[in-house]
Design a protein around this ligand. Sequence first.
Ligand code: TRP
Length: 531
Amino acid sequence: MENRETWSGNFGFIMATIGSAIGLGNVWKFPYITGMNGGGAFVIVYIVCVLLLGVPVMICEMNIGRKTGLNAYGAYKRLELRRSRIGRFIAAGLILGGLCLIGAGSYGFGTVSVIAGLIVLKLGFAAFGLLAIFGALAILSYYAVVGGWIVDYMFRSFSGNLNYSDVASAGEAFGKLTESPWRVSLFYVLFMVLCGAMLVGGVRNGIEKWSKILMPLLFFLLIAVIVRSVTLPGSWPGVKFFLEPDFSKLTAGGILMALGQCFYSLSLGMGITVTYGSYMRKNQDIFAASFWVMVLDTLAAVLAGLAIFPAVFAMGFNPGDGPSLIFKILPATFNHFPGGTGWLWGGLFFLMLTIGAVTSGVALLQNGVSFFQDQLKWSRMRSIAVCFCGVTLFGFLSSLSVANWKHIPAVKTLIGKMFGAEHVPGSFFDMLDNLTSNWMLPIGGMVICLFVGWVWTARKAARELRLGASKSSPDVNLISLLAGFLGEPMYKTTRDHGLTLISLWAIIIRFFAPVVIFLIFLRAVGVNIGF
Ligand code: TRP
């Protein structure tokens, strides 16, 4: 730990962390769900979610990372001094729940739950650290497949081969791509190589150095595409679709979507920010850093919408979601740009997206790399080699099964036998996406709040948080601040005994966040919670 690398400063840390945060989530999810859920109204709800939930959880992650200087597994292990009661309670719940499931005839899920319970009983919270680290590597294995498509589209656009006159033909070409496993795999491996190459220099000379160049470039490209997009004739309906507040379209489901999206977009719940936080120095301000990461990530999401919808509407297309928006509607849109400049704008757009995806991929990879370095004392190169090869091999299951299970029928049969045929999703790729986004992220987020608030204790966490936090004045009394009493010496700070920024944070992570995240989780995995 003494020799642990550190970021060179706040700017480098913030660039690296927004590198991990800004990615496909900002570009292909946020704009669409905003458009569908009341535009500006949804953006307001999203910002509230980010402030009340996203930022507090991010602060927890950075805090335990910096405190221990370790990966998520090591951090939990070091800070859980005695086996905690909460940990045992969770283990008992998993085991009993699993037995009930087995009793009810659901053998696959029941067995998984019992095994998970036994692991939690044995390892305590560190079990969730393991889940986060291997979960992040699993995310990478399918994220990189999409990353590969994006690199593919970037090359095709720059070389003038992304010329589809309508959405149907673009869709057909996309279908063909996802059905050619070797082409997909080629670009997928190329994407992994890009991620691995950025890591070779280490934290400061690899991740930080690249992020400092690439993130400003990403914002620059985004703004360039926006300028082109909103100056197209007929682009205004797109801006309106995206931003005009319509509170009547805002539903309870939409609010829950905002919560889920804020976790995904800020890369929370999978130990990433623990790992990045572990390279922070004690004189860095965690409050201020998480605030900036939140602002820039949200800004990138809003800018992405402004880049996409005005152009789509100006060219007379209808918006669609996720893969179809990016890989079918946008290529057709760019192709209609005036003066035959579509190849250039399309290329720049996909370059921007490649940057976002690669810097997120790097974070997911580094999460695993730091685990092997810290826990097994492997060298950096060996850790990178093992994570790289492991993820790349595992990812073939996704890259070969994007369209359906045609190329890996045995895996499909196995999953069907274990969990029941009705639980076999469209492809291995879909299964991993569902498993990680809907199950692992909320579990990871909930666990970290419970852990910091109750096991390590908010009291100790606050002590660590105050280090380096003079700029954001975490102890300012919020009531006095609002009342305008700050000039009075006795109202200035009230450490621990008053509503301060830091006590507000502690209340949120002890009571509010775990409950709210649990509700999102239940809904995301299909339990009916009444709305
Ligand atoms: N935040 C990234 C995005 O918006 C995706 C991502 C990277 C992620 N690392 C993560 C999501 C960890 C969840 C957990 O595209």
